[in-house]
Design a protein around this ligand. Sequence first.
Ligand code: ADP
Ligand code: MG
Length: 343
Amino acid sequence: MENYKMLERIGEGTHGQVVQAMERSTGKIVAIKCVRSSDKASKNLLREIESLKALDSNYVVKFLDHFCHSFSFYLVLEFMASGLPEMLCDDDIWLDDSHLKTYAHMLFAGVAHMHATKIIHRDLKPANLLISSEGVLKIADFSLSRLLLSTSTADDDVDDQRSSQCYTGQVATRRYRAPELLFGSVHYDQSIDMWSVGCILAEMQMKTPLFAGDSDMEQIAIVVHNLGTPTDETWPNRNEMPDYNKLKFTRCNPVPTNELLPDFDELLVDLLGKLILYNADKRLNAQEALLHPYFFNEPLPCLEHLMPKPPKDHRQKLMPKPTKVIESLEKNFSCLYQILDEI
Ligand code: ADP
Ligand code: MG
């Protein structure tokens, strides 16, 4: 703890705070994520540490250190100047198709590394994709991630204890949740991440979520309305989903792609059509997606070193600082008492 000088709060997640800090010995700026060790959330932080330690990619946020202090866990990460949502909504930053193509390429490259390391992220969404000061997109927030089970590894977060090869179905933020999760499956694999990536790519173009349900039922209804009622052809094993037969659908055909993805590049429509599929077995994996013609046709992806760079104060610029940060921190986030002492 004493190795770092805490600077300011930069993020607030589901389970804790993210603070910008300076490593005293080097002057290096880092991000520190903290949760109280008594919280259930500490399990997620430990999970995150385990995954980040196993990963080594330019497209995954770098794990630097971790420590415990006064009943809290702290995770030290490389500092990321911005996030994908901030880059997309900043009118001063011009992102054209070649920039978005490079973001897509970086995302697939990070996911390909993650999946090759047998880690499923399980919560891919724009808010968990951060942008470095160099303009590089990196996958963050591994708090819901887990190792893919090989054979008889028991799962500690499983809802359904029948099998040793099932995972909890309560993962992924609703709008990016694959259909098998929406229908309660606990037997899934890395292809749930590929569905989320498809939704993210569409959102990068449209600047609005592709399937924006406000409840689980609404989410299912929106997906079914757009992809059409599942059939033997589009989703052969749908009846194996625990909740599939609990719902009745009126028959509907898929919405034509030019309506669902208006004004999209044809090759991007083709790529999304191979990710946003009911049948998880048919979704492209990240390695295959990297070889899709979308990446080899005009406009070519922008070179990484030419990608737009977020300004240093990007978050502050877009989200004006609350006037009484310290007061609100003291009131709401007791886990930061030690940090405040340091300021
Ligand atoms: P949670 O699990 O609580 O969602 P995240 O890891 O997603 O936690 O972090 C919450 C927010 O904190 C992010 O959306 C981002 O704004 C900020 N944040 C997280 N990690 C970093 C980092 N390494 N550098 C800068 N900001 C970060
Ligand atoms: Mg998050």
